[in-house]
Write a protein that binds this ligand. Sequence first.
Ligand SMILES: Nc1ncnc2c1ncn2[C@@H]1O[C@H](COP(=O)(O)OP(=O)(O)OP(=O)(O)O)[C@@H](O)[C@H]1O
Length: 937
Amino acid sequence: MFSYYCYPLWDRQCSEVCKCWRWDYQRRGRTWQVYHILSELDIYSLIGANKPLQLEDVRISLGPNDVIMIRFQGLNGSPIVSGICIREAPNLPGQQLVSLLFKSHLRHILGNLQNKDVRARNDARYQRKIEELQAQCERKTDECYQAWMSLTDMSKKLEEVAMELDNKSFQNNCLDQSMVLQAEKLKDVSTKYNREKKFWFEAINKIESKVKILKDEQSKLSREAHDCANLIPDLNKMVLAVQGLVAQCENLKLKCSKEQAERMKLYNQIQETKGIPNSKRVFCRSRPLSREEASAGYATVTDFDGAKDGDLGIVTSGFTKKTYRFDRVYMPKDNQDDVFADASPLVISVLDGYNVCIFAYGQTGTGKTFTMEGIENNRGVNYRTLELLFRMIEERKDAFTYNVSVNVLEVYNEQIRDLLVNSPASKKLEIRQDIGGINHVPGIVNAEVENIREVWNVLQAGSNARAVGSNNVNEHSSRSHCMICITVRARNSMNGECTKSKLWLVDLAGSERLAKTDVQGERRKEAQNINRSLSALGDVISALASKSSHIPYRNSKLTHLLQDSLGGEAKILMFVQISPLEQDLGETLSSLNFATRVRGVELGPAKKQIDFGEIQKLKLLLDKLKQESRTKDDALRKLEENFHALESQAKNKDQFCRNQQEKVNELESQLAMKADSCSQMDRQLTELSMKVRVGEDIRANLQQKVNQLEKKLIECEHVESNALQHTVKQLERTLKERTNEFEVHSVILQKKVKELEHKLERQGGGTTVSPMLRPKIQELQEKVSQRDRHLESSPELCASEQSRASTDERKDSSSITENEVNTGPGTQMLQPRKRPTGQGSILLKGNESLGQLRMKREFQNKGIENICLSNPSTEKKRSLATESNKGRHIDPTKAFARVTRTTKPFPGIQRSLSSRINREPVPMVKERESSTRVWLR
Ligand SMILES: Nc1ncnc2c1ncn2[C@@H]1O[C@H](COP(=O)(O)OP(=O)(O)OP(=O)(O)O)[C@@H](O)[C@H]1O
């Protein structure tokens, strides 16, 4: 459908004066765009649907290279452009065209106004109807204005609600942002708090561990200090107790010494009462006859009648009997136990610190070895002495400490041989004298023994070694001196007395006389050495007996070794072994004589052998103990100083602990403050969350209210639109009735005019006019010419024609058909048109306006973020300026307003619209202008 506005427009910029129907153009570069706008004219209602449309006489001024662009707008359906014919326009001015149009139209009018009275009445009647219609129109305008104002108010309220909603949304967004910021801050604070909490926990744990260590050290130091402090009186008490004990010990020592001395004195007295010399005893033992000797019937010379009294009779020749007196005489029937019973007291003397020498002297084969060593099942003096020695040591272990060592020697040909040396070729042993005047053999083996079993092993080893050098053991043993030296070191635990005594157990070689034996060579040399040594022993004993100043101990190895045990300070026990046989009488007498000489020597009382080495050691030990005591005193003094230092350190550590505890308390308070701040932040977060939820609830309520208001508004608009539509329809029906009446009257008037014209033609021949009518006709012609001029000078007058045309548009299509007397396109454009079904209703416009308002609100809601990005005021001003410019130049409503009415509602609406324009977007202005234009139309 093509439509266009029917009003002339003079193009003042065009070089060629061109008058056409609504020309609008603008120049863009070298292209002329011409808009031929067709509106308010339903062409197809005139020419019929699906009929070709031909537009003629559309003129435009073009240059030689200009381009014509034809644009179709507002088309419904799919019209087909069948052809465009462009031709050069004749030189016909637009003014002339319009003049022709109006003249052709006025011819009909002038023809109808021949009857002045009828025309005046009709004019008056039409004028009244027009006024009535205008009044109705004004009322409707007012009603529409009121409806529009209510709609505006509702829009305002809606806008206020929308603004409130926007504000709430903005506040909500602000709250969301603030909540996000608070959440981030809280997260940062929480992270920082956790980090600081972890740090402080670690620091507190470290400090607690340090404090614990310091407390432990402090308690330890305190305990040590208290112990030291407690030890001082205990130490003093101990010193006093020790001093008391030492005093008691000294007293006990004195008593013990006195008692021991008394016991020794009594023992010696007992020995003397028994007839035993004090330090020297000589026992005589005769061997029994062997089984062979007894069976052979050898004669004997021994008489044991006085043996119990120590007298031994020797029958020398026939009836001569020589008696010898000894300390003890053993008969052949006496066994080893009887012999040792008399010798055992010397063992006690050895343990008491006396040197003892037990030796056996006699002819070979008289039983020296039997007495000293014994046989396996009948031990001799050596074994029994050592056995008793260790038994006594065991009995005295509480009071004495003994150390026993054994040397086993052999003197053969004046050579000392160590029988405990494993290597057979040992170096030559010599006798030396130590600082104390005691002889000793350097390099000799000292076998430390602790029990009798070890002693037996040592003795067995010596016996075995003695047998190595000779095929005949007995022969060898008869030609050497076997000497066992038992050294006993004793320490009296009571008085600390130390003694070093020796026990010599000597099995001397046979004392045969050299001439009698009649031996030669090596045996002679052996016999000479034996005799020399035994002679030296006799010499020593003689010197001792004569109390000579010089004792020839060094004349033989034997006497030299026995020097400290043969003097007056030792105890001597001599077993003189004799043979009972008569054939051995000479040797027997020799041995008895030697023994008697020995027994006659006065050695004096024995003397205890004090171990000066031990005394020296004790002195050194005492000095060492004194030094240790001084050192301990110094240590005790240092300990006291350390104790005081530790006390001061403990005090300092106590102070440090208190400071650390204060720091810990401070840190704990800081930690509690941090925990409070964290809980406060949690509460703030909870409050913010509650506020956000409340804001969301408020927004939801507002949204619900908005929806309700929109719903109510739509309902109100729907009700009001229905009412207005109903009212408009009534008005339209009324107008249609009035128009029909007017048309009927017009037809009647036209008929009457035609009749009058016919009458006038019949009366005046068609060319003459009544003199009475001529002035009126002239007057009417002048009015028409004035109106033409006025139309030419004021386009608005054309709008009055439009107004009339709009008035005529209420006519039915039948009436239009009746009025189709026009032949040109301009006349056709002046014909009333049929209102388009989608445009003529205010209600429809109102609905469109409301729809656009909702769209606008939705747009505002969706694009609320763009408020800050763009400047709506400038955009609004720019759009308003554009619209205002458009309104100034081509606003058709003004022309309609001039033509239809200049009453007050329109300015009011304009004011309302202008006031709204300042606040509302452009679409609303356009909508209201169009709607205003429509309903005014
Ligand atoms: N009182 C005694 N009772 C029993 N037998 C004895 C007694 N005295 C010696 N005899 C025996 O006499 C023999 C010789 O004794 P023994 O070897 O002890 O003499 P001797 O003096 O040591 O000889 P030598 O000087 O050669 O060593 C041995 O067989 C021994 O058993």
